[in-house]
Design a binder for this molecule. Structure first.
Ligand SMILES: [Ca+2]
Length: 174
């Protein structure tokens, strides 16, 4: 099994809102608005992601490629999954975490002022895209040094991407 993380962008309103917040955090990049996990199982190549509408879902990799603008892809360096794939994917079918996304507003406003607060509306079961990618990869791989200290209920796709770019043992650019 080959696991990769995909960063992408789109013109959906949620995507634009996430990029707007990223820019307001001082990133002229404001690059990725979406993170997904690609799983090449040999007989089947799928992408698992949390999306609105749709919630936590899988689709085929060719279809994902048709529907997304890929900005970057990194392979996760790993042997066998720490948590078996079917258990790791247990969150599939959960709803999109819309209340949690709303909770990003006070979280990101606090970040403008250099403060860190918890997401007041987040649900651990419901998923936003970066949260789902974080949870799935850390289940499959185990500890990810690059992401240590991340709160998956307040993390943005660009946060995950920047930490990967900063270097570490877990990810190799494709
Ligand atoms: Ca959540």
């Amino acid at each position: 099994m080959t696991v990769t993380i995909l960063f992408s962008s789109s013109n959906a309103w949620i995507s634009r809102a996430i990029r707007w917040f990223s820019r307001k955090l001082g990133r002229d990049k404001g690059r990725a608005s979406h993170a997904s996990v690609s799983l090449d199982l040999g007989v089947l190549h799928i992408v698992a992601e949390a999306t609105f509408p749709g919630g936590a879902r899988v689709l085929t990799r060719p279809r994902w490629d048709r529907e997304h603008t890929k900005l970057a892809e990194y392979r996760v360096v790993m042997a066998d999954p720490v948590v078996p794939l079917d258990v790791s994917l247990d969150l599939l079918g959960e709803d999109y975490d819309l209340p949690g996304l709303l909770g990003y507003v006070p979280v990101l406003i606090a970040r403008w002022f250099g403060r860190k607060i918890r997401n007041p509306f987040a649900s651990a079961r419901k998923q936003v895209c970066s949260e789902f990618a974080y949870r799935l990869i850390t289940r499959l791989h185990g500890d990810v040094p690059e992401w240590r200290g991340c709160d998956c209920e307040t993390v943005l796709p660009d946060d995950l991407w920047e930490r990967i770019e900063a270097g570490g043992p877990t990810f190799v650019k494709q």
